[in-house]
Design a protein around this ligand. Sequence first.
Ligand SMILES: *Cc1c(COP(=O)(O)O)cnc(C)c1O
Length: 398
Amino acid sequence: MDANSTAGTTRLLIDARSLATNVRTLRRVCQASTQITAVIKADAYGHDARLIAELLDLVDEDGPFTRIDGFAVATAEEAAALGDVTKPIMLLRPIENVFLGSQREALEYAIRRGWTLTLASPAAAADVARVALHLQTRAKVQIMLDTGMVRCGCPVDQFDTLLERTLGHANLKLVGVCTHFVNGEVASDPLTSRQIRLFDAAINAHAILENIPKHACNSGGVFTAPRAHYDMVRPGLSLYGIDPSGRPNLDRPLVPIMKWTAPVMAIHDVQPGQGVGYNHTWTAQVPSKIALLPVGYADGYPRAASNKAIVMLNGVPCGVVGRVSMDMTMIDVTRVADVCIGDEVTLVDSDPLSPASLYKLCQATDMIPYEILTGIGARVQRVPIGVEADVLMNQEND
Ligand SMILES: *Cc1c(COP(=O)(O)O)cnc(C)c1O
């Protein structure tokens, strides 16, 4: 699949060069010794995890400034979907309820593949140890500490017990201790300082942890809490070029790696007073030209964008008019000269300062970037650009 053969459909153009720029920006704010684990869960935030893993491998060949040290996903199923990956993989969602449904099977597979499992409870440590014993191997595990999130992770007052149990199981190999920030994207947040203090106190109480890698930072933390980079950082959103602060920050250039496009499918002339789309939520005030796009909320273009969001056509900002429907969306192209069927409309722009940037779409819809990106549907073709098509072997073989 390449940028020519997919013209005429709705697609995400994913730029390998921008991905390299973002890795470079992340590397620049980290010490050379800090490892970067690329978070590619939820299909790499909608960008296609397998493609992103491959592009990161290619980018990596450019040298130490674009190096990625490993990958993080949420589940064993997500890791399996990556295909052949040589770098270390960690599964972020803590292992629990190993014996429910098909979980045991997935866990066995993960252990055999040598993926790092996240532990948050002594029960999980015992379960993983038992499965590893059965497989006659050692499972790689990391302990996640809850320092304030109250989502997942071992409460700090139970850390000693969990650590002791983990180290006590001959079939477990402890390869990390980590935590996760509540307000990582907020600069100088007192809660982040408190979380760092709790994390440090828990770790420093155990000399045995001195040589075990520690990590805490998501994208927000990478920029706001350099003192908490420890041995590794876990950026997700910033890799895809979106600033964790929710707006472009020219001091730390992150370039959105994707541009979401759709072709003009039809053009309608409408007269003043004519309503457009479901429930006629938009009515023409002047003679208008309306273009139809083959993309809707089933593709993840938010329904909340109805009558609010801006898209770009031939460099002109155009408003989304009427309700975004399941498979189609209409835009007002009255001010665009010479619109033709097949013209490519940019729904979400890779220019962070564009009126159609993801930041602007988030403002218009009251959504967050994570939500929009992970909602992009399966009908939208993911198309790599900025790299020779034949370099992407696995893609060709799919
Ligand atoms: C998703 C996730 C990340 C990445 O977060 P971003 O804000 O996208 O950088 C890091 N760590 C953990 C534990 C996560 O779940």
